[in-house]
Design a protein around this ligand. Structure first.
Ligand code: AMP
Ligand code: MG
Length: 483
């Protein structure tokens, strides 16, 4: 069946069995399409105009596989909370690589598609709530202009999954520029087979970084490119207050996209130590630790490349270490620029860092909402809040205005810069919970309304003020893994 213009040209499935298991999705009882992303489908040049809803449900549950697909579970390993484990797609299959008309390559993956050789003790399935959660947050991230995997469809399976209680099962169709992870390199490196490692490196360069194909310093170039990409990504997360929640090396994509929306959540009140994930007892993946963990993960990636960097292991380690240690400086520079953008500051002033840190300290001390504080600075008052009459804040604003007057551009330009970098709408945690609760009771209206608001996070939207409000509950928000 290929009624929707899939154009599969698969490459990963042609690699040897060291990299994957050939396996089809396990059929489900009664598939029913819950969500379909028409805009993304159009970007992929898919055409659903001639297909019935029933056939779409069959297609996006994996009950009928499209022509040209060749379904696999990918092997990978990962450091989970610092501990190395062999993992792999335990509840997902990559059905194929789709080429859009402009020859862009997309992995099409079903998440929740049944057991594989990598399932360990898991059931291979996913529950509806978490799949809807991934759908709305990943799409919100895309609209926030942050590299991310996308969500094309959610289908209910008609089967229950057993978690703490019995829950409706679902399958998410995830679209990514690839699913190669730091953990993929760790898996292959752990096998200590240099030919396989070379295969993976060459595959990755061909697919993601062809510009270094002819370089005589390929391995270091690859490492440097990944450092840049991941640095940009985490700076973007810090910009909007995104907390990934489970930055294990298997959840870090080589393409630099945000991947794996498990226990992620958004910062509301500014506290750098914020952690939402119930299993992250030590705060390893807290908001403020994300850059340091990114560097730690990149060091695990560098370790995989050691045998290729130089035949002399000590020399290779020295080179890799030096390269990894460039992270802090790169991060600091990118982070400063990002914060300048959030504050509408052009050029560089030696006192910028102090100005920025003083604002963050004030926000922390006064428990100010991160998103809404920047909205306030853009003269968009999301909530009437006496907080912003605070003397210390007004003093800070005075210094900020003095700095703004040094900009060599019009104030219009400065506002424009702020408007492009400060979202007005984020997927606020309690709102996400609210719309998921309704969706689980078969009412998708609140979910779709919120999804629509999140499509234009930088725009003012009349009548949508309720979505700006921080939670009024004192209860600590918690997210969960293993969903
Ligand atoms: P995650 O926490 O989603 O990054 O998953 C970590 C690992 O656990 C991956 O190898 C997943 O494939 C696997 N996994 C998570 N949930 C399940 C499940 N229900 N059944 C089988 N494997 C799972
Ligand atoms: Mg994962």
């Amino acid at each position: 069946m290929n009624k929707i213009n899939w154009n599969f040209k698969n490459t990963y499935s042609k690699l040897s069995n060291s990299f994957k298991q050939d396996i089809d999705p396990e059929p489900v009882k009664d598939p029913q399409l819950v969500l379909f992303n028409n805009k993304l489908a159009a970007e992929l040049n898919l055409d659903i105009s001639k297909i019935s809803n029933e056939d779409l449900s069959e297609l996006f549950s994996g009950n009928s596989l499209p022509d040209g697909s060749s379904s696999i579970a990918q092997a990978y390993a990962g450091h989970q909370f610092g501990h190395f484990t062999m993992l792999g797609d335990g509840r997902a299959v990559l059905i194929g690589e789709h080429l859009s008309k402009n020859n862009k390559r997309y992995d099409i993956q079903f998440k929740g598609s049944g057991k594989t050789a990598f399932s360990r003790n898991g059931d291979g399935r996913a529950a509806l709530g978490p799949m809807l959660r991934e759908y709305i947050i990943s799409e919100a991230m895309n609209s926030l202009k942050i590299p991310t995997t996308r969500s094309l469809a959610v289908v209910k399976t008609g089967e229950d999954v057993i978690r703490e209680t019995s829950l409706p099962g679902a399958i998410l169709t995830r679209v990514a520029s690839s699913h190669i992870r730091v953990g993929t390199f760790q898996y292959i490196a752990a096998r200590e087979n240099i030919d396989e490692l070379n295969t993976l490196v060459n595959y990755t360069i061909d697919r993601h970084y062809p510009e270094i194909k002819k370089s005589n310093n390929q391995y270091l170039d690859l490492l440097n490119l990944l450092i840049d990409k991941q640095c940009d990504l985490v700076v973007n997360w810090m910009r909007v207050g995104f907390i990934h929640g489970v930055m294990n090396t298997d959840n870090m994509s080589i393409s630099g996209e945000t991947i794996d929306y498990g226990p992620c959540a958004f910062l509301d009140i500014y506290d750098p130590k914020t952690v939402f994930s119930s299993i992250d007892q030590t705060g390893r993946y807290a908001y403020c630790n994300q850059p340091a963990i990114t560097k730690w993960n990149l060091a695990r990636f560098a370790e995989c490349l050691i045998p290729l960097i130089d035949k002399d292991q000590q020399k290779a380690i020295k080179i890799a270490t030096k390269t990894i240690n460039s992270f802090e400086k790169k991060y600091e520079e990118k982070w400063m620029n990002m914060m300048r953008n959030k504050l509408g500051l052009f050029d560089i002033d030696e006192k910028d860092k102090l100005l920025i840190l003083d604002l963050l300290t004030w926000m922390h001390e006064k428990k100010a909402d991160y998103t809404n504080t920047f909205c306030h600075l853009m003269d968009l008052n999301m909530e009437k809040n006496k907080l912003y009459d605070d003397k210390d804040f007004l003093n800070w604003k005075k210094r900020w205005n003095e700095r703004l007057s040094k900009n060599n551009v019009t104030s219009m330009k400065s506002i424009e810069l702020m408007r492009n970098n400060n979202p007005l709408f984020i997927p606020r945690n309690y709102k996400i919970e609210e719309v998921l609760k309704a969706a689980e009771q078969n009412n998708l209206k609140p979910f779709n309304n919120f999804l629509k608001v999140l499509e234009k996070p930088y725009d003012e939207q009349k009548g949508k003020e309720e979505y700006h409000c921080p939670s009024t509950s004192d209860e600590k928000y918690q997210t969960f893994c293993g969903t």
